[in-house]
Write a protein that binds this ligand. Structure first.
Ligand code: NAG
Ligand code: NAG
Ligand code: NAG
Ligand code: NAG
Length: 345
């Protein structure tokens, strides 16, 4: 059995014996490997530097022989990363990168309206090539939209052959008698499909009923449909409450239900009143009575303060309430001052 101490000692002696003649372990160079790699070399022994995969040598001398001096010559070799071809520009998109050197990765995005055809990132390989291949930003398109039942296109212009570009629009309208539910305009989305299509449904309205003291006209058809119209009118002293024309709406209902309202007979014979901002005499302006919905203001007296104020009255379907404070003077009582001639309170 050989003691470890003895081994150490004998190797020390051996080292001393050839001191000044062996070369030491060579310097480490970044990204380079040395073959063979040892702790020491005898003169005449050869080493070869080579760059690691993905790195290329700069400087020519790569092969060295351990000289008798035991000093390795100055090594000018440098291993630099391989550089992949320039990839800093992506049409209709953007590239994120630090450098194009091995082993970096660059990434890609496309502008709005474009999609990435290919991978969203690429790596510079040991061979100095991009992997996978560089992508392109291709325009987003939508195929022609499908046409909802009972609808037709009213505006549509494909700008990419038969297809539409991102953001392109198509507008639908419903066939007659049909009402639209949803948005009439669809838009080509970033997913290459259209926003939700609207729906067209046939809509019928019931025949409108004749108002009391009036009449209604509508098309002489078996059925009344969406957008059909009816017109209303009233007999002599009656007034229409509501629009003259109504329309069948998308909910199968008429836009309004007008009725005929009665005029008002006035119990007051003589009075000065305010109508639509002007002083008028009741007996002249309203000698045939007031129409439904008309409003007037009567003058009343404040006895204590000896001044006048007004109170409103409205004709509602044949009835008007005369303000209690209003006092009608007999035409004979000419010496009395009418409230309308008294200064306002
Ligand atoms: C567009 O559509 C028409 C009819 O379907 C077809 O004949 C034509 O080849 C299409 N054009 C393109 C550019 O796809
Ligand atoms: C219909 O869609 C367009 C865009 O697609 C939008 O501008 C519009 O406000 C929508 N209309 C309604 C009534 O929602
Ligand atoms: C469009 O496509 C996207 C993604 O596939 C999907 O989420 C969306 O529901 C689609 N839109 C319509 C209206 O079909
Ligand atoms: C029709 O209109 C009437 C009055 O405007 C309303 O009370 C009724 O709920 C409507 N019906 C429908 C189906 O919308």
């Amino acid at each position: 059995m050989i003691s470890p101490v003895l081994i150490l000692f004998s190797s020390f002696l051996c080292h001393v014996a050839i001191a000044g003649r062996t070369c030491p372990k060579p310097d480490e160079l970044p990204f380079a490997t040395v073959v063979p790699l040892k702790q020491s070399y005898l003169p005449g022994e050869e080493i070869v530097y080579s760059c690691q995969p993905g790195y290329q040598s700069r400087g020519v001398v790569r092969r060295f022989t351990c000289p008798l001096t035991g000093l390795w010559p100055v090594n000018t070799l440098r291993c630099l990363p391989r550089v992949c071809p320039f990839a800093g520009i992506l049409e209709n998109g953007a590239v994120r990168y630090t450098t194009f050197e091995y082993p970096n990765t660059i990434s890609f995005t496309c502008n709005t309206g474009f999609y990435l055809k290919g991978a969203n990132s690429a790596k510079c390989t040991e061979e100095g090539k991009w992997s996978p291949d560089l992508p392109v930003c291709a325009p987003i398109t939508c195929p022609p939209p499908s046409i909802p039942k009972f609808a037709k296109l009213s505006a549509y212009k494909p700008l990419a052959g038969n297809n539409s570009l991102y953001g392109g629009k198509a507008v639908f309208e419903c066939l007659p008698h049909h009402a639209m539910f949803g948005n009439d305009t669809v838009t080509c989305t970033q997913h290459g499909n259209w926003t939700e299509l609207p729906e067209c449904r046939e809509v019928k309205c019931p025949f409108p009923s004749r108002p009391d003291n009036g009449f209604v006209n509508y098309p002489a058809q078996q059925v009344l449909y969406y957008k059909d119209k009816a017109t209303y009118g009233c007999h002599d002293t009656y007034t229409l409450d509501g629009p003259e024309e109504v329309e069948c709406n998308k909910f199968g209902n008429w836009s309004a239900h007008p009725s005929c309202k009665a005029s008002c007979k006035l119990s007051v014979k003589r009075a000065t009143v305010i109508f639509e901002g002007e002083r008028v005499t009741l007996q002249q302006k309203f000698k045939d009575g007031m129409l439904h919905g008309q409003k007037i203001s009567f003058f009343c007296k404040n006895k204590e303060k000896k001044c006048s104020y007004t109170e409103d009255a409205e004709c509602i379907d044949g009835t008007i309430e005369i303000p209690k404070c209003f006092k009608e003077h007999s035409s004979l009582a000419f010496w009395k001052t009418d409230a309308s001639d008294v200064k306002p309170c």
